[in-house]
Ligand binder design. Structure first.
Ligand code: TRP
Length: 336
């Protein structure tokens, strides 16, 4: 039996932050050798909200370099860029035509993002989950490691696959494979530095709300110094009245690699004045090796390009085979 296949992706919108790293990429890295992995940079998703064409290509390469810098190794993983493989766009169209529009209108993330954009909601934003379904289904992925907030998108992906299989396949040989989400444990949910009840997010307008993986030490120090705390003495996990306290202890736990119990006993009697420098030092030390490796990779463009070329070749062969299978089941003529 071969290894199960994993597919996941991150959008090249802005910098990756600790939430992306601790909630997603670090888990990919930790479990990479259990699976055969396809990790893409989903640049087609990045244009579902207004974007800057002068930075898109560089941002896309930066995310690919960060995958490597965070520790993705190439023996079990393929790294590629979504837009380099046209099958993603093409399968999206085929899936669009069997996806009821009310399934998309009901998606939580669409509703949230659409509200933020007011009048200027593109069709692409509504269609975003179908593109994501195409990403996953093209590779016959068994598992999709994502945060809790993406679970609804995986459910939709399954519903779309079921519909294709039902309408165009026969029960003995399904056309598309149904994927399962691989949801990270709740401990890895990283919240904003300025509000312990909302997720650390790229779209928060305040830079002070997040620590980016590429932030220099003085920026990390400043953000932690100014982050929101509370006036209670002593530090504790899991007190619903102290969401910031829980979040900062969790960050310390994840970045230091210590257990929750060890952190509780180390920090239980501390005040913020003692804890903040400790967290700062730990965050700077944890990010340094990633930043050093990132700088090495970015200074060797030929290496990064060769990784992405190889990734694309491997991924494209699988993607095209799936696309052919779907087109043939749907009754398209073969290109002459
Ligand atoms: N929607 C995902 C997110 O915002 C990104 C994404 C696009 C993705 N395509 C994917 C994640 C396929 C997993 C698999 O996090």
């Amino acid at each position: 039996m071969g290894k199960q296949r994993v597919l996941s992706g991150v959008q090249p919108t802005g910098n990756l932050h600790l939430g992306n790293y601790l909630g997603a990429i670090r888990n990919w890295v930790d479990r990479q050798h259990e699976y055969e992995n396809y990790f893409c940079v989903v640049d087609l998703h990045a244009i579902t909200v207004p974007h800057d064409p002068t930075t898109l290509a560089n941002d896309t390469y930066a995310i690919a370099a960060l995958y490597l810098a965070c520790g993705i190794e190439l023996d079990d993983s393929h790294i590629f860029i979504q837009s380099h493989i046209s099958a993603h766009s093409e399968l999206t169209w085929l899936l669009n035509c069997i996806t009821p529009v009310n399934w998309l209108q009901g998606m939580i993330q669409f509703k949230e993002k659409a509200v933020k954009q007011g009048e200027n909601v593109g069709t692409g934003l509504l269609d975003y989950p179908v593109l994501m379904a195409a990403d996953i289904l093209l590779y016959d992925a068994d598992k999709v490691p994502v945060g809790e907030d993406q679970k609804q998108h995986i459910e939709l992906t399954r519903d779309i696959a079921i519909r294709i299989n039902h309408q165009f396949g026969n029960p003995d040989s399904p056309i598309l494979k149904l994927p399962d989400p691989l949801i990270q444990k709740s401990g890895a949910r990283v919240m904003s530095l300025t509000d312990g009840t909302s997720k650390m997010s790229k779209s928060d307008p305040s830079e002070m709300s997040r620590i980016n993986l590429l932030d220099p030490p003085d920026a990390i120090a400043k953000k932690i110094k100014r982050c929101k705390t509370d006036p209670v003495r002593g530090l504790e996990f899991d007190n619903p009245d102290r969401p910031e306290c829980h979040n900062l202890l969790t960050l310390y736990q994840l970045l230091s690699g210590k257990t929750k119990e060890a952190v509780q006993s180390e920090c239980g009697d501390m005040g913020w004045g003692q804890f903040k420098p400790l967290l700062t030092e730990t965050a700077i030390a944890a990010l340094k090796p990633i930043q050093d490796k990132y700088n090495d990779i970015q200074s060797d463009r030929a290496y990064l390009e060769s990784v992405l070329r190889q990734g694309r070749e491997n991924a494209e062969a699988i993607a095209n085979a799936t696309l052919d299978r779907v087109k043939s089941a749907m009754g398209f003529s073969k290109p002459l």
